[in-house]
Design a protein around this ligand. Structure first.
Ligand code: TTP
Ligand code: MG
Length: 371
């Protein structure tokens, strides 16, 4: 039986801002685009969450929900990266089996560990204490015997909490779990699950593997095992992320070039956000267009300079756009994928990890498995 810990910092960017600006403490703080722009919320303090604000929400909506919130719009990534390096160092003092998922989150396999402590729970407590001491920030942790359960567990007593799920507690825990809490179930998958009458783990458990694969592709296989507490994925310190994709399907088809450019700008900004969060840049860009008749066209090019900022991404997209029928034929979807990724050290030995979206969005594309 393995001992896995999942550590996730609480309201990461917002907590750093509260730490460095004492006047922000105890107040609703929103980090992200300005409220009078088309930008979105990167994250917000727990005080802001009480107003219903959350990540990826348009900043304008966050402002409506809480006009007196403090908006931090020109945030300094170096501070977040610094904190991230400190917590990584703490992780590596316990084990080399560390799999970072983003700046603020990682899996650790502490089955065998450098401090010879047989209790993963005690190690998790020590790590949280050490993080607090060295960064002034709080982290939450989940402890269990696989990645899937440890990850869900870390979310349960957030912020500043620890949750341990023992093997004998897992079946009951997973059966009671709302389907949206299953790792890999985003909004779209949740809807599909609900339409199949699956609201909880217990409902999911009633379906056989064949039916699940029929509905969810490869992910069906993962769901079948996950709900039974079976997840053999190892903690992988050297994962290599290959690409980073974002796409949007529109409520109404786009024909006007101005509208198309506006949407591409939003995608490019998301691309920048991903690059910043993961500390990487791309040397290839891919544009995907789905026309109103569902024909799909993709165009790709290499870039000699690293793409990690929205303006550069947009610039690189424009010659690709010219090769399509955008502006002539209505289109229903636009997508960009950043490839040939290079970055600063992520794991100890290898800079990159494989994640196509933010972990919470994974499996929105059927058949894509979470890391
Ligand atoms: P999360 O761990 O998802 O969120 P969080 O740490 O802010 O809050 P909590 O874990 O307590 O729920 O993401 C870590 C950081 O990544 C977050 O502080 C900001 C950034 N981020 C974005 O920039 N955009 C996003 O859509 C998300 C989800 C996170
Ligand atoms: Mg976090």
């Amino acid at each position: 039986m393995r001992k896995i810990i999942h550590v996730d910092m609480d309201a990461f960017y917002a907590s750093v801002e509260q730490r460095d600006n004492p006047e922000f403490r105890g107040k609703p703080v929103v980090v992200g685009g300005p409220p009078n722009s088309r930008g979105v919320v990167s994250t917000c303090s727990y005080e802001a969450r009480a107003y219903g604000i959350h990540s990826a929400m348009p900043s304008s909506r966050a402002y409506k929900l809480c006009p007196h919130a403090i908006f931090v719009c020109h945030h300094d990534f170096t501070k977040y990266k610094e904190a991230s390096q400190v917590i990584r160092k703490i992780f590596y003092s316990y084990t080399d089996l560390v799999e970072p998922l983003s700046l603020d989150e990682a899996y650790l396999d502490v089955t065998a560990n450098k401090v010879k402590n047989p209790s993963a729970t005690r190690i998790a407590e020590e790590i949280r204490r050490e993080i607090k001491k060295q960064t002034g920030l709080t982290a939450s942790a989940g402890v269990s015997y696989n990645k899937f359960i440890a990850k869900i567990a870390s979310d349960i007593n957030k912020p500043d909490g620890l949750t341990v799920i023992l093997p004998e507690e897992a079946p009951e825990f997973l059966e009671a779990l709302p389907i949206g809490k299953f790792f890999g179930v985003g909004k779209k998958t949740e809807k599909r699950m609900h339409s199949l009458g699956i609201k909880t783990g217990a409902d999911l458990k009633k379906l056989d593997m064949f039916t699940l694969i029929e509905h969810f592709g490869k992910a069906g296989h993962y769901f079948y095992h996950a709900v039974r507490g079976m997840d053999e994925r190892p903690v992988e310190p050297c994962r290599e992320r290959k690409s980073l994709g974002r796409e949007n399907t529109f409520a109404r088809d786009l024909l006007n070039m101005q509208d198309i450019m506006k949407e591409l700008k939003i995608l490019a900004e998301k691309g920048q956000e991903d690059c910043e969060r993961l500390n990487i840049q791309a040397y290839q860009i891919n544009l995907k267009i789905k026309y109103h008749d569902f024909r799909v066209s993709t165009r790709s090019r290499l870039s000699a300079t690293g793409l990690n900022r929205a303006d550069r991404i947009l610039e690189a997209l424009s010659p690709l756009l010219e090769k399509t029928e955008a502006g002539k034929i209505p289109l229903r979807l636009l997508g960009i994928t950043l490839g040939r990724l290079e970055g600063e050290t992520f794991g100890k030995m290898n800079p990159q990890l494989e994640l196509d979206f933010h972990p919470k969005d994974i499996l929105e594309e059927p058949g894509k498995l979470p890391p």
